[in-house]
Design a protein around this ligand. Structure first.
Ligand code: PRX
Length: 635
């Protein structure tokens, strides 16, 4: 029996047991039968969560682009690898075959080499969702450079922090980007960021919106002429299994963003295997994940997972409401999409607009629907099921994290019976557990606790770039010998998991992970602000929105509070990006603090949730009197 494609529930349990009882034998078999290796491994797994250290397929040699592109050339050379669907539908879509992808990646690889990029160098990619984004990611992987894709909605300051942290030599960007009816001056943002980044010597610029931009002599180069002149073939750099493939930043609850490091072989095996099963992908399907490649979902399920399976994957540049709210469904009909994978926030936003938009289009090609990034509420789940899947396409509520590389808890469609709001069962090879606050495992069903994982899986991040100590402290110290996710979860009577949300100071807004500390740092930069605290509160569309409590400096002058609110959001936009703007800003004279001076966010959270009947014990506060005044003025 091949364990690569699971088709029945019995088979799931059988394969799951094998993957847990004999993980090394199990993953060795998957790796051996489905991938191309230049040299096989000496050892399948070495691990020690106390250090932490994890190595999969140690000693193996490979190149991931050979697996994602070259090996399909003989059998699928003329098959479409990527369908590019532009922001403006009238521009028309592009079908990029595996052959053409190969040529484009090879040309790009030659350009990178010619510009002095070598194996192990870091390259920052700051691009909209255009073919050059996919091609540049794969070109880095082809030459063994480590890509660091930064979502092109981040501000210049956020970009500079990420470029400097990874010490990138090069930035790949475009003259600008389209976002619905708007254009964004991406190159201007890069120029501003690079004023503070000495490490970058070269900037490659793709033409997208054809505007006049500033090109700095010696540093900036138009990409297309370089590609036109480059040779069309490039032999892949042979990499070690554990060579870093990419860095991807995610917010922490404190401090600067964490550059999660993913390595080559384990990441490839796990993303390919999850893609095949979680979406029940078959050869003629068209797969569409609407995430941005700037997030882990895009890395794993627009690019690496689908391409490793020789799939056809849609790359969509635009937004769900342009030219109108039927855009997603128009694309599904146009490309006969078989699997559609999106975020709950998009579903909620589209549901709000009514079903007329969905009814205009033939959605009968859809076989599987997916959601990811945040808990999906029951109403949105049913709307998706009724109006998009017409109760015929199972919904896979997939839980995972940037740190995980690939999907961890999920139904397998047509295999696992689904249950609204539940991510259901662990995927093959994943050993989740729930822990109590004393560090004891909670066994049995109908229980809830902190979600941890007991055993390594192939695509677990190996470290935080440049800060292994922080990696250990963040994920491996709360519970001995376990990976701690930072999420809370419950397990129902049949063992299904439901993710209930973060238990730390990370807030998920529209599916984007935001740490409170960097937002508070930005607010505190306003000259009138003395101190601030940010918490989340429930929001119909975004899932959570941000509520800021702000103490203004006492200068004796009166201030236009509305203006200060605007200025605070302006600073947040500049420092982080528009996604981190506050929905509500309450000015206050004090913040509830413990005797050791820590802000009691639990209380602020309850006030923002309008749940003030039971605030718990506030007598231990340094300043209990501020609580009533905050409640009185709550927004
Ligand atoms: O809280 C969980 C939530 O998103 C967090 C991870 O965010 P990020 O690293 O940006 O990756 C998002 C895409 C993989 C998790 O800690 N999350 C993700 N998927 C789900 C979810 N919460 C509930 N249900 C999900 N399906």
């Amino acid at each position: 029996m091949s364990n690569y494609h699971i088709k029945h529930l019995e088979e799931y349990y059988q394969v799951y047991r094998k993957s847990v009882n004999h993980p090394e034998a199990f993953w060795e078999e998957i790796a051996e039968e489905h991938f191309l290796w230049r040299k096989k491994w000496d050892k399948v797994l070495t691990w020690d969560f106390s250090k932490p250290e994890v190595q999969w397929f140690e000693g193996a040699k490979l190149n991931i682009t050979e697996n994602c592109i070259d090996r399909h050339l003989l059998t699928r050379g003329d098959k479409t690898a990527l369908i590019f669907e532009p922001n403006n539908p009238s521009e028309g879509s592009q079908h990029i075959t595996y052959k053409s992808l190969h040529e484009r990646v090879c040309r790009f690889a030659n350009v990178l080499k010619e510009k002095g990029i070598n194996k192990g160098d870091r390259v920052c990619i700051y691009l909209p969702m255009i073919p050059e984004l996919a091609v540049s990611v794969l070109a880095c992987a082809r030459i063994g450079a480590i890509h660091s894709v930064v979502f092109a909605g981040f501000s210049a300051t956020a970009l500079a922090t990420r470029i400097n942290d990874a010490d990138c030599k090069m930035v790949i960007t475009s003259d600008g980007s389209y976002r619905g009816a708007k254009t964004i001056d991406l190159k201007g943002i890069v120029d501003e960021a690079l004023e503070n980044c000495d490490c970058v010597t070269t900037v490659l610029v793709a033409k997208r919106i054809h505007t006049d931009i500033n090109m700095k002599g010696g540093r900036d180069h138009w990409l297309q002429p370089l590609l036109d002149d480059a040779y069309h073939d490039f032999p892949p750099e042979i990499m070690d299994a554990e060579d870093p493939l990419f860095i991807l930043y995610t917010s922490g609850s404190t401090g600067k963003p964490k550059g999660m490091v993913h390595t080559t072989a384990g990441y490839m095996v796990y993303t390919a295997y999850t893609f095949k099963n979680v979406f029940q992908y078959t050869e003629k399907d068209v797969f569409w994940c609407s995430a941005d490649v700037g997030w882990i979902t895009g890395h794993s399920y627009i690019l690496y997972g689908p391409l490793a399976n020789g799939a056809t994957s849609v790359l969509f540049e635009g937004v769900p409401n342009y030219p109108d709210f039927s855009r997603f469904w128009e694309i599904v009909e146009k490309h006969k999409v078989s699997q559609f994978y999106t975020a709950p926030t998009a579903i909620r936003a589209l549901a709000k607009e009514g079903v007329a938009y969905t009814q205009k289009h033939d959605l009968s090609s859809l076989k599987v629907l997916g959601t990811v990034g945040e808990p999906i509420n029951e109403e949105a789940w049913h709307w998706y099921d009724d109006n998009i899947g017409k109760n015929q396409a199972p919904i896979v509520d997939t839980w995972f994290q940037t740190e995980n590389g690939g999907i961890m808890i999920t139904p397998i469609p047509y295999v696992t019976p689904t249950k609204p709001t539940y991510a259901t069962l662990p995927f093959i090879g994943i050993q989740p557990c729930l822990m109590d606050e004393e560090g004891k495992e909670i066994v049995g069903n109908q229980v809830s606790g902190r979600l941890c994982v007991k055993f390594p899986w192939p695509s677990i991040a190996r470290t935080i770039w440049g800060d292994h100590k922080r990696y250990k402290e963040t994920y491996f110290t709360a519970f001995e010998n376990k990976y701690f996710t930072g999420d809370g979860a419950l397990r129902d009577e049949v063992g299904y998991y439901r993710i209930t949300g973060r238990v730390d100071d990370v807030i998920i807004v529209s599916g984007h992970n935001l740490g409170t500390a960097p937002i508070e740092d930005a607010i505190n930069e306003h000259p009138a602000v003395a101190e601030s605290a940010v918490v989340g509160f429930p929001h119909d569309i975004k899932g959570n929105a941000l509520y800021g409590y702000v103490i203004l400096k006492d200068t004796g002058e009166s201030r236009d509070q509305e203006n200060v609110r605007k200025e605070i959001n302006q600073i947040i936009t500049e420092q982080i990006g528009p996604i981190a703007k506050l929905d509500k800003i309450q000015f206050t004279n004090g913040l509830p603090k413990t005797r050791s001076g820590k802000i009691m966010r639990r209380i602020l959270r309850k006030i923002a949730h309008k749940d003030t009947n039971n605030l718990g014990d506030i007598s231990t506060l340094l300043n209990p009197e501020v609580v009533q005044s905050i409640i009185k003025n709550a927004l």
